[in-house]
Every structure is written in C-alpha cells, then in structure tokens.
Design a protein around this ligand. Structure first.
Ligand SMILES: Cc1cc2nc3c(=O)[nH]c(=O)nc-3n(C[C@H](O)[C@H](O)[C@H](O)COP(=O)(O)OP(=O)(O)OC[C@H]3O[C@@H](n4cnc5c(N)ncnc54)[C@H](O)[C@@H]3O)c2cc1C
Length: 254
C-alpha cells in the first residue's frame, strides 16, 4: 500500500463522516434514503486520466476551462467506464409493485426484507385522487374495454370509489394476515394474502453509470408515475453527491 493509496482511504473515511442524513419521502409511506456513496466527480476524472497518469487537474474558475471539459467529453463520447468508479447505496421503502419494476434492473444489487422471516408492516399505498385522475397509459372504462379517458371527463366519484374499495381491501387483507399469523400459519404462507400495494423495504446498490441508465428509463414520462417519483428522489440524492456529473446529465436531456 503506497502512501498515496493510504491517503485516499483516509479522505474517503472523512467524507463519510461528513455525510448528512439524507432521506426523501415518496408517496404516502415510502422513502429513498442514502446509505452510502463512494467516489466523486473528481474520482471519475482521475479514473479517466489513468491513461495519461495526470490525475485531476481542477475545475474551471469561470476564466479558465477546467476538467468539466473532460467530463463532458466522456459523456458525449460514451466513455462510460470512469462513471463506474463512483456509486451509491440507497435504502428504499416502496410498494411491492414498484419493486417488481425496479428489480428488472438486473445489474443493480439488492437485499430486500423477507416476509418469510418477518411480518411486513401494515403499510399500503393508497393513491391520491389527483393521482388516480391523472390516469395512466389508459384507463379501464368497464371490464374488458380499455379507452383513453381525458382527465377532465373522468368521473370524480369513480376515483373516490376506487380509493374506498382499496382501503377496505387493505384492511381485510391485514385482518386475515394477522389472524393467520396468530393461528400459527407460517409467515411464508400467511403473506399470500398481501397485495402488491403493500410496502416492502430494500437496499439497492449500483455504480453511477448504472444509476444514470436507471434514471433515463425510470424518469421518462413513459415509466409509471409511482416509480418515477422514486427515480426523482434517487436523482436528487445523486445530484448532491456528484453535482458536476449530474449537471451534465441534466443538460444532456434538456
Ligand atoms: C417504460 C417501461 C416499460 C416496461 N415494460 C415492461 C413490460 O411490460 N414487461 C417487462 O417484462 N419489462 C418491462 N420493462 C422492463 C424493461 O424491459 C427492462 O427490463 C428494464 O427497464 C431494465 O432495463 P435494462 O435491462 O437495461 O437494465 P439491467 O437489467 O440493469 O441491464 C443493464 C444493461 O446490461 C445489459 N444486460 C443485462 N442483462 C442482459 C442480458 N441478459 N443479455 C444481454 N444484455 C444484458 C444490457 O445492455 C442492459 O441495458 C419496462 C421498462 C420501462 C422503462
């Protein structure tokens, strides 16, 4: 271990100690919480300059162009591997249907709470009336027939009825769940009654390149609104950790 290497380890520990608690609340009971990040905009530049061994030279000062230029070059030319030298671990509380979408990002790493070993908390997602009236790709008018239904024509009482029915079902599911657990049914079977609106909790880890790909897909207006709210929270945390990279990312999408 060289002196230089030891130095970088020390500065990493220092950074971690200085990290404030960051949690962004999402939906009615969810959140995205930063657990830990590694690397920095400077580390990305250092990694890119391994080829010339010149390291990080400094950011621009308004007069002189700095290493922002190299960062932009990397992004514009899809030299993506230096962005793998930084990353983020988050803890997420989200409805199970959001996790089903999230876990399709197979190259992230996950650990989720197990409903085999612990009973899931009685937290269920109830969308707001506004959210329901926002619609999705399509709104189901009646069984079997699917139509595009403009928000202004959508009957308000349908949204109210849906919310009421959902809340009643959640209550009934919780009642059966608790009764089953109380009567000795194994947790791994008692959970069969739980709906996909039930909240679960996981940690997700990925490098920055991977998170950026996640944001492209999940902040897109084509993604379901709920996972978009989680992606927005991840974006906000990443912007605090890697401001130069994220500014470029946003500029590229503007
Ligand atoms: C708006 C939207 C709608 C969607 N609808 C559906 C749907 O209806 N049904 C559905 O099943 N999924 C759906 N998905 C999920 C989608 O198909 C992807 O699984 C998800 O977006 C993860 O993307 P990814 O594969 O790039 O990510 P990751 O799995 O993290 O993979 C990252 C990259 O690694 C490479 N890679 C990973 N695994 C493989 C592999 N096995 N072979 C080759 N290359 C690999 C690819 O380059 C990939 O882009 C939807 C996604 C979005 C954003």
């Amino acid at each position: 271990v060289t002196e230089e290497h030891k130095g970088s380890v020390v500065s990493y520990v220092g950074k971690e100690e200085a990290m404030p608690f960051v949690q962004i609340n999402v939906l009615d009971h969810g959140y995205v919480r930063r657990v830990e990040s590694y690397g920095s905009d400077e580390r990305i530049i250092e990694a890119a300059r391994m080829s010339t061994q010149k390291g990080f030279l400094g950011w621009g000062d308004g007069v002189r162009a700095g290493d922002e230029k190299l960062l932009k070059y990397l992004r514009d030319n899809k030299h993506d591997t230096p962005f793998e030298m930084a990353g983020l671990i988050v803890e997420v509380q989200a409805p199970i249907f959001v996790f089903r979408e999230w876990h399709r990002h197979r190259t992230q790493s996950y650990n989720e709470m197990s409903a085999r070993y612990a009973s899931l908390p009685d937290l269920n997602y109830v969308p707001t009336i506004d959210r329901i009236e926002m619609g999705g790709g399509q709104i189901t008018k009646q069984a079997g027939s699917v139509v595009d239904w403009p928000k202004e024509e959508y009957p308000h009482e349908n949204a109210m009825r849906f919310r009421d029915a959902l809340s009643m079902e959640y209550d009934e599911c919780e009642r059966v769940y608790q009764a089953s657990l109380g009567s000795g049914i194994p947790k791994e079977l008692a959970r069969l009654i739980l709906p996909v609106g039930r909240y679960s909790r996981m940690r997700a880890a990925a490098n920055l390149r991977n998170w950026l790909a996640f944001l492209v897909l999940r902040q897109s207006p084509k993604a379901q609104w709920e996972i978009r709210q989680y992606a927005n929270a991840v974006h906000e945390i990443l912007s605090g950790e890697f401001p130069k990279t994220m500014a470029l990312f946003d500029e590229g999408r503007a």
